[in-house]
Design a protein around this ligand. Structure first.
Ligand SMILES: [Zn+2]
Length: 551
């Protein structure tokens, strides 16, 4: 069977896009409310109101909601359950500049974009009439709309399913993952209350061509992972007139960036697919006003993608890089000093700097050895107070404040670099097909793609890692628990402001596939979704996959 859903998904997408739901704004709740209203008016949820939830997130400084809806199949008595995942929030609209007011108007925006000087490709797509423009059309309200139409269909045809489907429309995907982390708790509760057996998850997040002439459409098993290793570098301050009297932490951080940024040695390869290399997301010193004294400390953090590396692996690599960078800076500073001494007629003596690098775990243990409980108590109180006083504080800022505070307790104040994790981990999910669940999902999706061949003129290709970071990361446990221990012990804010929901995930633990929206320029003013593929082909592939999984 082939669902004739194009018009329904298009209209629903427009309606959702017109509700601005930029992450961390009131709009997230508005959009959730609209989705909830859609489900509530369906006869199925009037008959089964307990299968529909409008649920506020937990431990969150923003008031926002997830919507969860469950349809129980009546074809048999199987407890097998497939989870559909989609996020209702979008990124902001700063990129729209003076057109920001029209970012959420899929009907008016194309006319305004015609007046801009866009590249040839955008112009071509505008005139083709094949695309819908607007913030969130691609990432990923059209995906949520597709899931809603499928849920409506199955709510009217539960007799097609031997098993159940749950659709999650979640908030806060673009920022701190409060949506998915809270949704996991509901999934755990429903699992217990309805004796569910979770067998697979289908995310609908966006996909995009890899280059201008790439005609393929992509479906991804598993997902890329992401870590944010950070480096806090303490130097030795000096007056600019005695430049060799100190060690500049900015130079240490600059050398780290030179070694880490775009370094192909740090690409992670698995199953023939490779991540893009790391790139810096912040690099700054800790001075808050101008002086002629050099900085005392500086820090930087880097996005590191993973296909198979664990937090332990990445920490090992980052520490090794820090040792090499520190050593290089000491040598460089000495050789500069030597040349300067020759030029100025001074006597050169070797500078006192020695490479000194700790992981956060090593540094923290050393402080405990030095100060015992006085330190641990102070440090716990400091963290709790900071969180209480400013619950909305950025997690990256929170972590660096923790390192700064700890440094005050160091007795050896000679220059050092402390390596730690500064943000939420998105674990990689690598699917090998070795477990029964994985194999079944992969077979069902590949068969479903085959059934679409007669409808789509473009090739639909499956790959092994969703490449753009998504909440699929929170649906399964990958690797060993010991791998996560390195994350816990190297994240200063752990347990206060952040912790990976390992136990909740372990209860769900499903293989994931991304059967997602397709378009171009996600997170840009020219964000656009390809309508035929996204409003018709994608829901049909998803429909086929669900039917096969719950046959
Ligand atoms: Zn997305």
């Amino acid at each position: 069977m082939y669902l004739d859903c194009f018009d329904d998904v298009r209209e629903l997408t427009k309606e959702l896009v017109r509700i601005p739901s930029v992450v961390k704004t009131r709009g997230e709740a508005d959009c959730a409310q609209r989705i909830h209203a859609f489900y509530r008016q369906l006869q199925y949820f009037r008959d089964h109101p307990e299968y529909l939830l409008f649920k506020q997130t937990e431990d969150d400084e923003v008031e926002r909601y997830n919507v969860l809806a469950m349809v129980k199949g009546t074809k048999g008595d199987s407890k097998r359950t497939v989870i559909l995942l989609g996020h209702l929030d979008t990124v902001g609209v700063d990129d729209f500049g003076t057109l920001a007011a029209h970012a959420f108007g899929p009907d008016t925006l194309p006319k305004l974009l015609r007046e801009l000087p866009p590249g040839d490709e955008v112009r071509g797509d505008l005139h083709s009439g094949e695309y819908m423009f607007g913030r969130g059309v691609l990432d990923m309200k059209s995906g949520v709309a597709g899931h809603m139409c499928l849920m409506r269909y199955f709510s009217e045809h539960p007799e097609e399913l031997d098993g159940n489907i749950i659709a999650i429309s979640e908030c806060d995907e673009e920022n701190n993952a409060h949506g998915i982390i809270s949704a996991l708790k509901v999934l755990r509760r429903w699992k217990r209350e309805h004796d569910l057996q979770y067998i697979a998850g289908i995310n609908g997040d966006y996909s995009t061509p890899y280059h201008e002439n790439d005609e393929n459409r992509y479906i991804y098993f598993g997902t890329i992972g992401k870590l944010l290793p950070a480096f806090y570098a303490v130097g030795k301050e000096t007056h600019v007139g005695q430049a060799f009297g100190g060690l500049d932490p900015n130079l240490l951080v600059a050398e780290l960036t030179r070694r880490i940024n775009l370094n192909p040695d740090l690409c992670d390869q698995a199953q023939g697919e490779v991540t893009v290399p790391p790139i810096s997301l912040k690099q700054t010193d800790c001075k808050d006003h101008y002086t002629v004294q050099t900085a005392i400390a500086a820090y930087a953090y880097y996005n590191v993608f993973t296909h198979s590396m664990s937090p332990k692996d990445v920490m090992g690599k980052m520490k090794a890089i820090a040792v090499g960078a520190f050593d290089h800076v000491v040598q460089h500073t000495n050789s500069s000093y030597q040349r300067f001494c020759q030029m100025a007629g001074h006597v050169y003596t070797e500078l006192p700097w020695k490479p000194r690098v700790y992981t956060w775990e090593e540094f923290y243990d050393e402080l405990i050895k030095l100060h015992g409980e006085t330190f641990t108590k102070h440090f716990k109180d400091f963290a709790a107070d900071m969180h209480r006083n400013n619950p909305a504080m950025d997690l990256r800022d929170f972590n660096v404040r923790m390192v700064e505070e700890a440094w005050k307790w160091a007795t050896d104040k000679s220059p050092a670099v402390i390596v730690y994790y500064a943000s939420t981990m998105y674990p990689n999910l690598e699917m090998t097909g070795e477990t029964e669940k994985e194999k079944r999902l992969m077979d069902c999706v590949r068969e479903s793609v085959d059934t679409l061949k007669t409808y789509s003129s473009k090739p639909v290709v499956t790959k092994m890692f969703y490449p753009y970071i998504s909440d699929s990361s929170f649906m399964a446990i990958s690797g060993e628990q010991a791998d996560y221990a390195s994350l816990e012990r190297n994240t200063p804010a752990w347990g206060v402001k952040y912790r990976h929901p390992y136990e909740d995930i372990a209860e769900i633990n499903v293989p994931m596939v991304n059967i997602g929206t397709y378009g171009k320029d996600g997170h840009k003013i020219t964000e656009r979704v390809h309508m035929r593929h996204t409003f018709e082909h994608i829901p049909n592939i998803t429909y086929q996959a669900i039917k096969r999984l719950l046959d």
